[in-house]
Design a protein around this ligand. Structure first.
Ligand SMILES: Cc1ncc(COP(=O)(O)O)c(C=O)c1O
Length: 505
């Protein structure tokens, strides 16, 4: 059956297809007669059939029936081409290029996470100038939504244009002057990147090392600060995405302050998925990223700085070595009073972040944290029922990043597992990094991806792939364990509600 006939069979008749697409029946009749649906309807067909007929199938069929021909017209305006030369082929591959239509994936890797359709819709709203008064009003709302996300009153809270790595660099470039000693706690990939940043800023990193999969040991930080009383900065990763471990940010910041050091905290994976209480924990400088538990498009890095940080940066005698990153200059655009050109802000991405944060506020941040924990517990129950073991001990496990050991029997074939999940189930999970490559899988439950249908899909897809490979795994038991965890959580919540009612009465 061609796509036109499939549409008729899905909707029941040509008239019904016409009604769904708001077209004249004759048009649909013409699709059926000519044996294809024109390419421009591809996305609409996928949407209306909820993916039963994919856009790419419509496009391929339309293209086979009616290939697009690019007409070339002689044009002397820009000079004539050399005889026999094809101006395009020097710069573009010979194969015909079509509009890009990505598949619909379930994203359960270490990020990016799936994006709420409301956020995608916001992103496609009309472009306006970054100094347009309407946009400027939106920027103020965005800053206050970010303060809510970070649980802070810090005036200097805004999104830096660029991914999480830019937020990281922004903190180091502004806070670290050449010659500064910085204590960096490393227990995974991203602590290593902090060390790189310190070195590139001309600072001296003092490394507090912990095993991958372990949280940062507060005692080791304390010892390092005692040994290095001239260190004025401490940096650590709150949620280490490479291992799924969470460190005790509150205690680490307390120790830094006891030794008169400022704390730089990476909250790329934690923000929105697990409590990040900037004011209560007295965090000085913090950065995150838009594409993890905030479930926005990648490319923005929310940051927040205390007044002590602003004073520290202002007191620097040297010129900050990056023009783009210089906090003093960017304040002219994002600061409280002025709005002057600094760089062209990514306006549509900022609409998207505004919408993503609004969704979080509507849900309530405590509810978002609780949702991440709930689905983590169900996923964990299912994975453990399959016999998979977690890398991180229970009390330090991140709900949004579940790292499990790959069973020995299939270690050699781990990439094949991920490939099958992607190709057959449209499901993405993450591989291990660095010393954990080939040893663990990283299963994300971040933001909009953190929902029961994803938990169940992951258990049944992973379970069936592993059992096809010969492991003694019963998918039904894993699913039952997850359902059991949900039921236990519901019962507990109902009990709490009852007790609360009694107390109030
Ligand atoms: C903890 C942590 N820090 C920093 C980054 C860098 O963020 P981005 O990839 O958005 O540049 C990541 C990315 O995964 C991360 O997980």
């Amino acid at each position: 059956m061609n796509c036109a006939e499939r549409l008729v069979s899905i909707f029941g008749s040509q008239a019904e297809v016409a009604r769904h697409f708001r077209l004249d029946r004759a048009v649909v009749n013409n699709w059926v007669k000519s044996g294809y649906v024109p390419a421009r309807w591809a996305m609409e067909v996928e949407r209306a059939t909820e993916g039963k007929v994919e856009a790419v199938e419509v496009l391929n069929e339309a293209n086979a029936k009616k290939p697009v021909r690019v007409k070339s017209r002689p044009d002397d305006l820009f000079g004539s081409h050399l005889p026999g030369s094809d101006a395009m082929s020097d710069f573009a591959p010979a194969k015909r290029i079509h509009s890009f239509h990505p598949p619909q994936r379930t994203l359960m890797g270490p990020g990016p996470s799936e994006i709420n359709p409301r956020v995608m819709a916001a992103m496609s709203l009309p472009a306006i100038g970054y100094l347009d008064p309407v946009f400027v009003d939106m920027m103020e709302e965005l800053k206050s939504l970010l303060r809510y996300a970070f649980q802070t009153k810090h005036a200097l809270t805004f999104p830096v244009s660029g991914p999480g790595s830019v937020g990281m660099e922004y903190c180091f470039v502004n806070l670290v002057a050449p010659g500064d000693k910085v204590i960096v706690c490393r227990n995974g990939v991203f602590g290593g990147r902090m060390i790189e940043n310190v070195e590139r800023c001309g600072g001296t990193p003092i490394i507090v090392e912990d095993a991958w999969g372990e949280p940062v040991d507060p005692q080791k930080l304390e010892d390092a600060l005692k040994k290095n009383p001239d260190a004025r900065l401490v940096a650590f990763i709150h949620a280490e995405t490479s291992t799924g471990v969470q460190s005790d940010a509150k205690t680490l910041v307390e120790i830094a302050h006891k030794h008169h050091a400022l704390a730089i905290v990476d909250a790329v994976t934690s923000l929105g998925g697990t409590p990040v209480l900037v004011d209560e924990w007295k965090i000085d400088a913090i950065y995150s990223a838009s594409q993890k538990c905030l479930s926005c498009t990648p490319g923005l890095s929310p940051v927040s700085f205390s007044d002590r940080v602003v004073d520290h940066v202002k007191a620097r005698k040297d010129k900050i070595h990056s023009w783009f990153m210089d906090m003093n200059l960017l304040l002219g655009y994002w600061g409280a009073t002025t709005r002057t050109y600094h760089h062209t802000a990514p306006t549509n991405s900022l609409y998207a972040l505004h919408e993503a944060l609004l969704i979080m506020k509507e849900e309530g941040i405590e509810n978002a944290w609780a949702r991440h924990t709930r689905h983590h517990l169900a996923l964990k129950a299912g994975l453990e029922a399959m016999g998979l073991k977690f890398l991180v001990k229970e009390e330090a496990q991140l709900p949004q990043m579940n790292a499990v050991y790959i069973p020995d029997a299939i270690k050699e074939r781990e990439a094949e597992v991920r490939k099958t999940l992607l190709n057959e189930f449209n499901l993405e999970i993450g591989a291990g990094l660095g010393p954990l490559a080939g040893k663990i899988w990283r299963i994300g439950l971040m933001g909009y991806s953190c929902k029961p249908e994803n938990v169940m899909l992951c258990l049944s897809a992973l379970g069936s792939v592993l059992s096809d490979m010969g492991l003694a795994i019963h998918v039904g038991e894993a699913e039952a364990a997850a359902h059991g965890a949900y039921a236990a959580l519901h019962a507990k919540a109902a009990q709490h509600k009852q007790q609360h009612k009694k107390r109030v009465a």
